[in-house]
Design a protein around this ligand. Structure first.
Ligand code: 6PG
Length: 250
């Protein structure tokens, strides 16, 4: 199932994402299931993370029931301003009652291949390598080139890349990344894309138009375990979408 919801602006979109996260995290707690959350980087989720660190979300989300992971990470020290972990720690994780042992960042160190392998081993402890759901809630962004997580066009990875965690080498070595692959991302139960700003309008139109035939990495996100995809979009990013797509649910 996939649905598109459009909000006035980024604050409204962030409130909707927070409410969705609250709903699913409480549902898991009520069923005595742990809630495995994967965070994304980029600027778009920043207001969401700040919102979650404040009442009512800080008080109402069952934090002790959560395990937190990342969809991807930039190959930088976690204290760098470019670190996805660093950003989430500062805006959210340090401000809520979430035990450190339940925060599972993508490792940083000397060797990017070894770090990717270590994260894959960690994920295998949480998600058996059989076809069952992985993350209960996966946040993703969309780059204006059609990338999501750190799955970039023409960067060597594909929809079918084997394994769950891979290094990504971009032209500028300062921008190298580690990303989860579609093989594990697509096992998520709920996938939420956050897309805001007029700069995203052309790529969003291209991506969501069923008539276009392209190999954009964001198109590789197709749940395999009956998961749902929610596109939470602000009006500026949705401005080029055809009217019928703006209200679509399939
Ligand atoms: C990152 C990401 C990346 C991001 C998109 C959108 O590390 O940057 O996880 O996939 O979500 O590039 O970024 P913005 O939200 O900044 O537009």
């Amino acid at each position: 199932m996939s649905n598109i919801r459009i909000y006035k602006d980024l604050p409204a979109l962030s409130r909707a994402a927070a409410a969705l996260l609250l709903h699913h995290s409480r549902q898991a707690a009520a069923a005595q299931r742990r809630f495995r959350l994967a965070l994304s980087g980029g600027d778009t989720p920043r207001p969401l993370y700040e919102l979650l660190s404040l009442p009512p979300y800080r008080d109402d989300i069952p934090w002790s029931n959560l395990d937190v992971f990342w969809s991807d990470e930039r190959w930088v020290n976690p204290h760098s301003i470019y670190s996805n972990q660093g950003m989430a720690e500062k805006l959210l994780l340090q401000r809520v009652p979430l035990p450190r042992s339940q925060i599972h960042p993508i490792p940083y160190g000397d060797d990017i291949h070894a770090a990717a392998d270590r994260y894959e081993e960690l994920l295998q402890q949480f998600f058996p390598p059989v076809d069952t759901p992985s993350f209960d809630f996966l946040l993703l962004g969309l780059g204006s080139d059609g990338h999501t997580a750190s799955l970039f066009p023409h960067a060597g990875l594909t929809a079918d890349t084997p394994g769950w965690v891979r290094p990504v080498f971009l032209d500028d070595p300062d921008l190298n990344r580690i990303t989860l692959t579609p093989a594990i991302l697509n096992r998520a139960a709920v996938i939420v894309f956050l897309v805001a700003g007029s700069g995203k309008a052309p790529i969003l139109r291209h991506l969501l138009d069923p008539e276009t035939n392209s190999e954009l990495p964001a198109r590789w996100i197709l749940p395999t375990q009956g998961g749902a995809v929610h596109w939470l979009i602000d009006e500026a990013a949705a401005s080029l979408l055809p009217e019928d797509l703006k209200h679509s649910s399939s």
